[in-house]
Design a protein. Structure first.
Length: 294
């Protein structure tokens, strides 16, 4: 029919959105179904379980909150209908952080583009866009980071623990401007939210309100070993290294050659070598961030 979106050629030729729909039931019914499932099966282990990306102890209601299919008040009151404990309190505090981000954006409308702490305005960011591309594509050679970035591309979301790690890696290992990360997440996230996204990136970069201190740099190897010890998350999104033993799954560059051969892994061919050295890049970041101290 003439005048339809289809006839005008405005729809993507490649149905890139279809895999995303495998992960989400869009609409109010799906939103409440997901919340009920979390209240029944996940909130009782939320405080600690929320840190493990392969475990079902997070709510994944953020897209529904963003699109108005569920309100923060509804989530709050359903959680508070349970007996009070540390898990319920922690979940409700996360809802509070969401509202804090909205308040922050209201009072600072340039939050997505301007450092809240102006002392960061002259920070010596790297301009290496090849590093940015490797990060975006999940090809940094650091498995816990790459798994997170591939999860983002495949599902339109990313586990919160992993968001902090990939954000820290971009800003404090690659020394790339946090605004690169903010824009990429804005393009890719199914729950892309201007307030949360901007505040989160400023937090991890150390330039926001109540931000992480500049010397807090997440080590993606130890984070992966601690929160994905059995490698379920990494193996799901990086199948090319899935046959590596758990001991080397987060740090394949340290595996002996015979271990790599047995797992059919050829660093630099089947999976990238690390784009940076974690130790030296950490030292460079500490030096650069220390220069911003007043």
């Amino acid at each position: 029919q003439r005048g339809t979106i289809e006839s005008l050629g405005l729809l993507p030729r490649t149905p890139w959105h279809e895999p995303l729909l495998d992960h989400w039931e869009i609409g109010e019914r799906g939103a409440h179904k997901r919340l009920r499932s979390f209240i029944k099966n996940g909130i009782d282990r939320y405080k600690e379980g929320r840190n493990y990306p392969s475990k079902p102890y997070v709510s994944y209601i953020s897209p529904h909150l963003h699109f108005g299919e569920l309100s923060p008040n509804q989530a709050w009151h359903q959680a508070r209908s349970l007996p009070a404990d540390a898990n319920v309190d922690h979940f409700c505090s996360e809802l509070g952080w969401r509202e804090f981000s909205y308040n922050l954006l209201f009072h600072n409308p340039d939050l997505p583009t301007q450092n809240l702490q102006k002392k960061f305005d002259n920070f010596p960011w790297s301009t290496d866009l090849d590093l940015l591309k490797a990060w975006q594509q999940g090809l940094t050679g650091v498995p816990f980071v790459d798994a997170g970035m591939r999860q983002l591309w495949a599902t339109g979301t990313m586990h919160n623990r992993v968001r902090m790690v990939v954000g820290s890696f971009l800003v404090k290992n690659l020394l790339l401007d946090w605004r690169h990360g903010e824009r990429w997440f804005w393009d890719c996230l199914f729950d892309a939210d201007l307030a949360n996204n901007s505040a989160g990136w400023q937090w991890v970069a150390g330039c926001g309100a109540d931000a992480a201190p500049y010397f807090r740099i997440f080590n993606p190897v130890t984070q992966g070993q601690k929160f994905d010890g059995a490698g379920e998350f990494i193996r799901q999104y990086i199948p090319e290294i899935s046959d590596l033993p758990d001991k080397y799954l987060c740090n394949p560059w340290e595996a002996p050659e015979e271990v790599l051969e047995a797992a059919n892994v050829k660093l630099g061919k089947t999976y990238p070598k690390p784009v940076i050295d974690l130790s030296s890049s950490r030292s460079m970041a500490l030096e650069a961030f220390a220069s911003t101290k007043e």
